[in-house]
Design a protein around this ligand. Sequence first.
Ligand SMILES: [Cu+2]
Length: 155
Amino acid sequence: MKVHTYERAFLWLGAIVLVACLVALLYGSLGLDIHLPSRAGAIDPQQVASTPPFDQPGVRQIGPNQYEAVMIGRIWSFTPAVIEVPAGAEVTFTLTTPDVIHGFHVEGTRVNMMLIPGQITRNRYRFERPGEYTIICHEYCGVGHHTMYGKVIVK
Ligand SMILES: [Cu+2]
């Protein structure tokens, strides 16, 4: 009889943990708008410099308080290395690389992506607080890896 009671309690405990995890997952994705960086398309890594939008890297306004930052990560720099957006701006980062695998992390934010030759990677973030956010490559990409950084200036 006691075994049966414990069994029932553990079944309930398991069900409650599953429901709690589902609620946390839904809250993160729907409530906090947290998503994995998506694979936004394919690109010929040999033709990055001549393929839109990477033929004109930089920041452009795409809506009210919405910006797209088109950037290229290559050995061993980001192009452009410094971008500037107004406080409160929602920035869609669109990146690729023509050479090897790089990382792209904007410190202090959840913008954290991999740049893979042949792929376009996209992630979105709203910069609420003014300041300077350092961009780093967090994937070892060769002897100049430690020099590969940039900056998001939020005014
Ligand atoms: Cu690197």
